[in-house]
Design a binder for this molecule. Structure first.
Ligand SMILES: Nc1ncnc2c1ncn2[C@@H]1O[C@H](COP(=O)(O)OP(=O)(O)OP(=O)(O)O)[C@@H](O)[C@H]1O
Ligand SMILES: [Mg+2]
Length: 501
């Protein structure tokens, strides 16, 4: 995501109001770890705040009930009481007291619960002290928060939709938790198989529209000329074949969430129409006249680079800004290898529920998984775990099995195997990697010619190879004049071997 675009993002956390003065503000800190108490009180003391620290929830509770403090920073796991359980009690007697929760527990549920119970912010440990001071400042200047309703809580043992405790995933959980009580439009990006759909569902399941429907539509899976009627519905007789009235996804998702998957594949006319609907919050069915009020929360997703599509004129920039209100970029699995063991356990548990035996991966095998590039990301890992359960009789899986499985892994769209990846997108992918790798060190000029030569060279060489060096055939295959081909062979210094394949 380029910087210019990021600057367009509104601050979803809390608008920065007047910088409040730190003096005279007291912060209450509860954490059973003395080292953390010391570090925090030093940092906040330096920023000008009064600080009181304690290692128990009980003392914190006494201070709060005495009316002390302007802000609370609390840990979750403490010897006498769980910090999360304290939040509703505090909010009950002092609804305006801001609470920041910090935790090393680090699951989506911690983030969600903290927010649900009325915490201002959730900080996964370890965090940056500058960040903490920033959050404290924002908390003290933010307008009063509504006290969450009683129906807001969920049970402790509920299954977690998203697995992984890496720093990258923690960031995602924080963002999800902040978005829980909003209707903001979200754009989820990330490579194939990174969990974009899962995130869209989590946004719905933990959001305020969770009692409404979740409706998904995949732009890449629907014929281009049907997208508008699929989205907005159509009247009887609106087009050939429309023998009855058709209900669109906007209508189906009324009161809930509409997930626009593979938004990068949306055809231009549909993009224009969607933009208008988002601007006006109203739509008409295909062939219909009356405007219908849209009541959906939009979550969009794509594995494609939208900024690039915009540059190529394939995606409307104005629609992009409408959708990209809150961007969530999912990390590739290779960026968070530390999550792999937990993901493996998670998929094994699922498999056991289905009646298949779970396998034990020995240490080397697990290590090998952590070093794999995972072009198909979590989906690829999930498929591998399933194959191990189904195809191998031994209980313990060794590194050799993993090597063999990774070597024969069925192609995923991301590793260039899928039948639907045309030459164009293959080249595009390589070029994208090239530009990403050369960020600072791009050649001063001549790149266009160089790239064309680099593509042309293997193209001609392989055509000659495929025709066993028969230049007449190769010229036909390529659709080139024979003399042109001969010239190119000379220029590009290609060796022609006859009759060998
Ligand atoms: N963090 C995660 N924890 C547990 N399971 C995950 C996680 N991320 C992805 N998965 C699983 O991996 C599979 C792929 O996820 P999902 O379909 O959400 O990916 P996607 O990003 O939408 O992929 P695509 O771009 O190919 O549509 C699903 O089975 C999903 O349950
Ligand atoms: Mg998907």
């Amino acid at each position: 995501m380029n910087e210019a675009i990021q600057q367009h993002q509104p601050d979803i956390v809390a608008p920065l109001l007047e910088e409040p003065s730190a003096s005279g503000r007291t912060i209450l800190i509860a954490d059973d770890d003395r080292a953390i108490r010391t570090v925090l009180s030093q940092a906040l003391g330096r920023a000008g705040y009064e600080v009181r620290t304690t290692g128990t929830a009980a003392t914190l509770w006494t201070w709060v009930s005495d009316g002390a403090g302007d802000l609370v920073i609390t840990d979750v796991v403490m010897p006498d009481e769980n910090g999360l359980d304290l939040i509703p009690r505090i909010k009950k007697i002092r609804p305006d007291l801001r609470i920041i929760v910090m935790s090393a527990q680090n699951t989506l549920l911690t983030a969600v619960k903290a927010t649900e119970r009325g915490a201002f912010e959730y900080l996964p440990k370890p965090f940056d002290l500058t960040e903490l001071v920033g959050v404290v400042r924002r908390a003290l200047s933010a307008p009063p928060q509504p006290v969450p309703g009683a129906d807001g809580d969920r049970s402790q043992d509920e299954g977690l939709p998203l697995i992984g405790r890496s720093a990258a995933m923690q960031e995602i959980y924080r963002t999800l938790a902040r978005l829980m009580n909003t209707d903001l439009t979200v754009m989820v990006t990330g490579e194939s198989g990174t969990g974009k759909e899962l995130v869209a569902r989590a946004l719905h399941d933990y959001g305020k529209r969770r009692t409404g429907p979740f409706v998904a539509i995949n732009m890449a899976a629907i014929p281009r000329d049907l997208i508008e009627s699929e989205l907005f519905g159509h009247e009887k007789g609106a087009f050939t074949g429309a023998t009855t009235r058709g209900v669109g996804r906007f209508e189906q998702a009324d009161g809930g969430t509409l997930f626009l998957d593979e938004i990068g594949d949306m055809p231009p006319e549909a993009q224009t129409r969607l933009l208008r609907v988002l601007q006006e919050n109203e739509y008409t069915t295909v062939g219909g006249r009356t405007a219908i009020r849209a009541n959906v929360r939009i979550v969009a997703a794509t594995h494609r680079d939208l900024t690039q599509l915009i540059r190529q004129g394939l995606f409307r920039e104005d629609l992009f800004y409408r959708l990209n209100v809150v961007p969530i970029r999912l990390p590739a699995l290779r960026e968070r290898p530390e999550d792999i063991p937990e993901l493996v356990r998670h998929f094994q548990a699922q498999i056991m529920d289905e009646g298949l035996p779970a396998k034990i991966l020995d240490a080397l095998a697990m290590d090998r998984l952590k070093r794999h590039r995972w072009p198909g990301n979590v989906r690829e890992l999930e498929n591998l775990v399933r194959r191990l359960a189904a195809l191998y009789s031994q209980e313990t899986i060794s590194v050799d099995v993993i090597e063999a499985e990774l070597a024969t892994a069925p192609p995923t769209p991301a590793n260039g195997g899928g039948t639907n990846e045309g030459l164009g997108s293959l080249v595009e992918r390589h070029l994208r990697e090239y530009f990403a790798a050369h960020d600072e060190s791009l050649p001063p000029s001549g790149l266009h010619d160089r790239v064309l030569r680099e593509v042309e060279r293997p193209l001609i060489a392989l055509s000659l190879e495929a025709t066993r060096g028969n230049q007449i055939r190769a010229a036909q295959v390529l659709g080139l004049n024979r003399n042109t081909l001969r010239k190119k062979i000379r220029e590009l210094d290609i060796q022609v071997t006859r009759g060998v394949r």
